[in-house]
Design a protein around this ligand. Sequence first.
Ligand SMILES: [Ca+2]
Ligand SMILES: [Ca+2]
Length: 335
Amino acid sequence: MTPPLPACILRSLLLCSALAASPCTQAQTVVTNTLGMRLVQIPAGEFLMGSDEPVERLQKDYPRMERVRLEALVDEAPVHRVRITKAFYLGQTEVTVGQFRRFVQASGYVPESIADGTGGYGYNPDYDPEKSARGDQFEGRDTRYSWLNPGFAQSEDHPVVNITWGDAQALAQWLSKTEGKTYRLPTEAEWEYAARAGTRTRYHGGDAPESLLQVANTFDAHAKPQWPKLAEHALQGDDGYAFTAPVARYAPNAFGLYDMHGNAWEWTADLYDENYYAQSPLNDPQGPKTGNVYVRRGGSWHTWALYARSSYRNWNSPQTRYTLVGMRLVMETAP
Ligand SMILES: [Ca+2]
Ligand SMILES: [Ca+2]
């Protein structure tokens, strides 16, 4: 096993002058870990979590969405105050294919899609969702697919996908042990706090769906030709990528974090409960104590704008491995 390299700590002034009141007007600390992940120090603070936007207002800005889809967003309410009591480090980007590969090679860990022999999901241009029993947009499960192959080309700096919640735990535990620090998935509250970075708008770049083009890789004009039947849901504009994009290709938020919207969905540490916000504690909410599915956040390269909002909540069973789902990790600050 490779001994941990000394953490390379550098201070950088981030390009976030557009949000002068944000915490990022001061120098921020970025740490690079033994796998080459860059983690940004996120300050302690308070924010308003969730959304209670009226359906009528959403309907105006997302006119192609059926009303029932908009009404289903009630789990984002009530908007409630959350206090993150302790600073923490968060991956500046999603975990990349290259970082995950170095973890697998150094640890000998076998990701679940391979270990359980059922594979993952993948894009296949010849696959027709309407002819599959599940109607899923992607082919699977199939042993042809795993984190090594989501059916489209990925280079080492693309976000790793087709990884389970358990795979994310394994990476966090291995890093914790190897580096003598505490790594874990972010709580749902930490994730939204970090994604908003002081904003109350739908996206950290504003309220307009098209603002995503500056900050995210989502389902856009570039992706439309692969899914002609979903064409009406494509963002008006071109973000340059039909599938995953290299991480940090778009503008960061005020905390200096990239791709909090889009590219790959991100697993969180929290179980999902649609009513959790009504009883969420003020300080450092940890999610419900019981449940069967874990929250994922932020949307992906295949996600429509409505579902890439900072407040949107989605979930999967921990065994899920999917073409759209990846992760980023927290490293706790020393006590
Ligand atoms: Ca795209
Ligand atoms: Ca993401």
